[in-house]
Design a protein around this ligand. Structure first.
Ligand SMILES: [Zn+2]
Length: 378
């Protein structure tokens, strides 16, 4: 495929506004594109106007390597601050600007083009490449969760997530848990607190306990660093002269394999149960988001191949590292059979920012990197 067509595909994808939804339009675009090259694909409906896309090339015996990217993007923010309109992809100074240019329509486009070129070149593959293009990554990895439940990750032998990593390969990231604690008390006039139950006071009992727990954790991971906990939202009460009947807080946890999600969740449940034994304390705990840490073997064949191929094509040493942010891999790795994962895709430090962009060279070189990784892995 020529350079112009490759750039046009990325621009077309950026121009589809898939802000937290409408991913089916991206899926339709990719389905049409793949079909022009004789590659079949299947939409997996998530909701109205939301569908993931699955497509395969190669032979049915041998290992399965998945290429995965999400089709949703985050809100463009204040559009007046953009140099170029966020949904009118613009090439300027060797970069393509637009929402999703880095995170991660360039990674997804490069993966799709790699499959198309391998198919066109009749490259022999002793196994399959499976494209997993997902919905709702930015708001909870919804598509990856659905695809995993439906079995699309059940037979994988390797997974590449094309999230922006630039000239680095990520093989580990932290998990993430969001939780809410609701405290229920009883209203009373603030001059007669003995008739009420102060929901804020009771909520703070939890706050103090959870902070004590978080500070006592000394688990750390050689690559990912420390376990992190923060209470990030708190609200309660409604009038300055009333004893508050309701209060709630939300917390976020960044978990590591040494202090995994199940352990942390059990500790929180225990704190709540203990506090609820006290008179007048009524606390309720909800887990809103639960993504496990991903920690892949850094000596796996997939990592070794990716590092060698990328260093060769990009002509520089490609380091391996861990990151804090979560990806669709947190869902795909819930599949029963374990498999190595790398996060490796074109892009820079502009995701979720105004003037998001990707370097054209970085985007194009990743097409070749993905092709060679697949050929060597399979
Ligand atoms: Zn992303």
């Amino acid at each position: 495929m020529d350079r112009q067509k490759k750039l046009q595909i990325l621009k077309d994808m950026v121009n589809i506004n898939s802000t937290n939804g409408h991913e089916e339009q991206v899926a339709n675009y990719l389905q049409q594109l793949l079909s022009e090259y004789g590659i079949e694909s299947e939409k997996v409906q998530y909701d109205v106007d939301r569908a993931s896309l699955v497509s395969e090339i190669g032979s049915s015996d041998g290992p399965v390597l998945a290429f995965s990217g999400h089709m949703d993007v985050v809100d463009a923010g204040d559009e007046s601050k953009w140099k170029f309109p966020p949904f009118e992809a613009t090439e300027h100074d060797g970069k393509i600007y637009g929402r999703g240019a880095t995170d991660m329509k360039s990674g997804l486009a490069a993966m799709v083009i790699a499959m198309i070129e391998l198919q066109k070149e009749k490259q022999k593959l002793n196994g399959k490449i499976r494209l997993l293009a997902t919905v709702g990554e930015e708001v909870g990895e919804l598509g990856a969760e659905q695809l995993t439940q439906k079995g699309y990750a059940g037979d994988l032998d390797g997974l590449i997530i094309g999230e922006p990593s630039g000239h680095q390969i990520v093989y580990a990231h932290k998990g993430s848990i969001n939780y809410t604690v609701k405290s229920t008390g009883k209203n009373a006039h603030s001059s007669m607190p003995e008739y009420g139950v102060n929901a804020i006071d009771n909520l703070l009992l939890f706050y103090n306990e959870v902070e004590k727990f978080a500070k006592s954790v000394d688990a750390t991971n050689e690559i990912l660093g420390d376990f992190i906990h923060n209470v990030t939202v708190i609200d309660g009460g409604n009038q300055v002269n009333s004893i508050p009947e309701k209060a709630q807080l939300q917390g976020n946890i960044r978990s590591i394999p040494e202090m995994g999600n199940e352990t942390v969740k059990q500790v929180l449940v225990k704190i709540i149960n203990e506090l609820n034994k006290q008179e007048n304390v009524k606390l309720e705990l909800l887990f809103d988001y639960d993504k496990q840490p991903v920690f892949s073997d850094k000596n796996s064949e997939l990592v070794n191949i990716a590092k060698r191929v990328a260093s060769d094509i990009i002509k520089e040493e490609i380091p391996l590292l861990g990151i804090s942010g979560t990806t669709d891999a947190a869902e795909f790795t819930k599949a029963k059979k374990p498999f190595p994962v790398i996060i490796f895709g074109p892009g820079n430090e502009t995701p979720h920012q105004v003037n998001e962009n990707v370097s054209v060279e970085n985007y194009l070189e990743m097409v070749d990197v993905y092709k060679r990784i697949a050929v060597e892995f399979l």
